[in-house]
Design a protein around this ligand. Structure first.
Ligand code: ADP
Length: 478
C-alpha cells in the first residue's frame, strides 16, 4: 500500500510574490543607504568648513534637505507602491540631480564628493534592473559634464576655491579635460563591471527559478500520481477483500462435501476414488489457506486486524502446531527437531489464533524450502524477559540482494520460484504484522544455498490484559 505521504504543493505565485517583495526590499534598503550618505555628507562638509574650506553651507543644506525630503517621501511611497519596478528610474534622476547639487556646492570638479557618482552607479546597478546602471551612467555622466562645462565657462559660478591663492583648477583646461575623461571612463567601467556581476547573478537566479519551476511541476505530478495510486490501492484492497469473502463460502462447501465422501458417508469408495478425492481435498485446503491469507492482509491494510489477547503459553501453541504439521513434516522428508529450554515458560499476552498462524507459517516455510534430508530445528526459550522463538533450516536460503524485501507483500525470492515451490508471498508479511502487534520483533539471517534462521521475540508483559493485582498475578501464574 502506498503510504500516506505528506506532499506539499509549491505555489508558483509564491515565487512571483517573492520577487516583488525582494524588489521592495531593495528599494527600502536604498532608502537606508541614502540616509547614511546624507549623514556622511553633513559630517564631512561641517568638518571641512571647520577646517577652513569655504563651503557654501547654505547651498549644501538646501541640497541635503532636498535629498532628505525626497528620501522620506521614498520610504512612504515604496511601502505603498504598486509599481516597485518604476521607482528606481525616478530615483536615478533625482539622486543624480541631488549629487550634482552637492558636488556643485562643495567645489565642482574639486569636490571631495565626486565618488558619490560611482557609489550611485554601482549601487543602483547591483540593486535594480539591468537598465538602471547604463541609465545612471548616461544621465549622471551627462549632468556632471554639464556642471563642469557651466563652471568652466563661468555660466555657473564656481562656489568653492579651497586652494586660495593658487591656480583656479576648475578653469585649468588640461586638468578639467583630464578629470572629465577620467570621471566618464571610470563611471563607464564601474557600470560595466557591476553590470557584469549583476548579469551573472541574475543568470544564476533565472536558472534557480527554472529549476524551481521544474520542481513545482514534478512535485505536482508526483502528488497527483500518489493520490491516484492510493485510490487504486484502496480499490485493490477492497476488491481482494470482497472476492475472498465470496470465494470462501463455496470453498468451505466443497471441503465438507469431499470430507463426507472421504469419510464414507455416501458409501464406500475404491482406492482410486479415495486418492483422487484426497488430492482434491488438499488443493481445496490450499485454496482456503490462500483466501485466509488474502483476507488477513486486507484486514491488516484496512486496520481491521483485531487481536484478542489473553495469558497464553507460547510453548503449548508451538507444540500444537508441530503436532498438526507432523504429516507435512514427514512428507517433506526433513530431519525435524524441537527443543524448549524450560519445561514451563512464563505465560505472555498472546492472541492464540494469530500466534498459531505465525508459528505455522514459519515452520511451513522452513520445511517447504529445505530439501529432503535437510535439517529444521525449532527452539523456544526465555531471553531477558522475552520469549524467543527460533527456527533454523539448512534450506535454499534467501539471496542477499533480495533480503530487504522479504517481509513485503507478495514477495517471493528468485531461487524459490526456480524451485517451483508453491507460495503466495503473504506469509511473512502477516507474520511480521502479528508479531509487531504483540509488541514483539521478528528478524532473520540467511545465506543462499546454506540456510535461514528466523527469530521472533515476544515481551512477557505484553500489550494484552496484563494482570494488575497480586491476585490476578497469582491466578495467571498457576
Ligand atoms: P511464501 O512462502 O508463500 O512464498 P512467505 O511470505 O512466507 O511466502 O515468504 C516470502 C519469501 O521468503 C518466500 O517466497 C521465500 O523466497 C522466502 N523465504 C521465507 N522463508 C524462507 C526459508 N525458510 N528459506 C528460504 N526462503 C524463505
Amino acid at each position: 500500500m502506498v503510504g500516506a505521504m505528506a506532499v506539499k504543493e509549491f505555489d508558483k505565485n509564491e515565487v512571483n510574490k517573492l520577487s516583488a517583495r525582494e524588489q521592495l526590499g531593495r528599494l527600502n534598503w536604498s532608502v537606508t543607504v541614502r540616509y547614511l550618505v546624507i549623514i556622511v555628507i553633513l559630517i564631512l562638509t561641517l568638518l571641512g568648513h571647520a577646517l577652513g574650506l569655504n563651503y557654501d553651507l547654505r547651498g549644501i543644506f538646501v541640497a541635503v534637505s532636498l535629498g532628505l525630503i525626497y528620501n522620506i517621501a521614498c520610504s512612504f511611497v515604496y511601502t505603498n507602491t504598486r509599481y516597485p519596478k518604476v521607482w528606481p528610474y525616478i530615483g536615478i534622476v533625482i539622486d543624480m540631480v541631488v549629487i550634482t547639487f552637492i558636488v556643485h556646492y562643495t567645489g565642482g570638479i574639486e569636490s571631495v564628493f565626486l565618488p558619490l557618482y560611482f557609489l550611485q552607479i554601482v549601487g543602483s546597478n547591483v540593486h535594480f534592473s539591468r537598465l538602471a546602471g547604463p541609465i545612471n551612467f548616461i544621465f549622471g555622466g551627462g549632468i556632471f559634464l554639464l556642471l563642469v562645462f557651466l563652471e568652466f565657462t563661468g555660466k555657473l559660478s564656481h562656489l568653492v576655491q579651497p586652494y586660495t591663492g593658487g591656480v583656479l583648477i576648475y578653469q585649468h583646461q588640461t586638468y578639467v579635460t583630464m578629470l572629465s575623461f577620467a570621471m566618464i571612463s571610470f563611471m563607464g567601467i564601474s557600470t560595466y563591471r557591476s553590470g557584469y556581476v549583476v548579469r551573472s547573478l541574475s543568470t544564476i537566479e533565472k536558472k534557480l527559478f527554472e529549476v524551481n519551476e521544474e520542481l513545482v511541476q514534478t512535485n505536482r505530478a508526483f502528488f497527483v500520481a500518489n493520490r491516484r495510486l492510493k485510490e487504486i490501492d484502496e480499490m485493490k484492497t477492497e476488491f481482494i477483500s470482497v472476492a475472498s469473502h465470496q470465494m470462501r463460502t463455496p470453498l468451505s462447501a466443497i471441503k465438507w462435501v469431499i470430507k463426507m465422501l472421504l469419510d464414507g458417508d455416501m458409501g464406500p469408495l475404491n482406492v482410486e476414488q479415495m486418492d483422487l478425492l484426497g488430492k482434491g481435498y488438499q488443493s481445496n485446503e490450499r485454496m482456503i489457506l490462500l483466501i485466509n491469507d488474502l483476507l488477513n492482509v486486507s484486514r491488516i491494510e484496512e486496520g481491521r486486524f483485531q487481536y484478542r489477547f489473553s495469558r497464553n503459553d507460547l510453548g503449548e501453541i508451538v507444540q500444537r502446531v508441530i503436532e498438526e504439521m507432523q504429516p507435512d513434516i514427514k512428507a517433506r522428508g526433513v530431519i525435524f527437531r524441537y527443543q524448549q529450554s524450560m519445561s514451563i515458560l512464563p505465560k505472555a499476552s498472546i492472541d492464540e489464533q494469530k500466534m498459531h498462524l505465525v508459528v505455522q507459517n514459519l515452520i511451513d516455510n522452513a520445511i517447504k524450502y529445505t530439501p529432503k534430508g535437510g535439517k529444521v530445528e525449532v527452539s523456544l526459550g526465555l531471553d531477558n524477559d522475552q520469549l524467543r522463538f527460533k527456527i533454523a533450516d539448512t534450506g535454499a536460503g534467501i539471496p542477499a540482494r533480495q533480503q530487504d524485501r522479504i517481509f513485503s507483500k507478495f514477495f517471493r525470492a528468485d531461487n524459490v520460484i526456480r524451485m517451483q515451490t508453491e507460495g503466495s508471498g503473504l506469509g511473512l508479511f502477516i507474520v511480521k504484522n502479528i508479531v509487531e502487534g504483540h509488541q514483539g520483533e521478528v528478524t532473520f539471517e540467511s545465506k543462499e544455498g546454506v540456510g535461514s534462521t528466523f527469530t521472533f521475540t515476544l515481551p512477557i508483559e505484553g500489550r494484552g490484559p496484563v494482570p494488575g493485582t497480586s491476585f490476578e498475578k497469582f491466578m495467571s501464574s498457576i
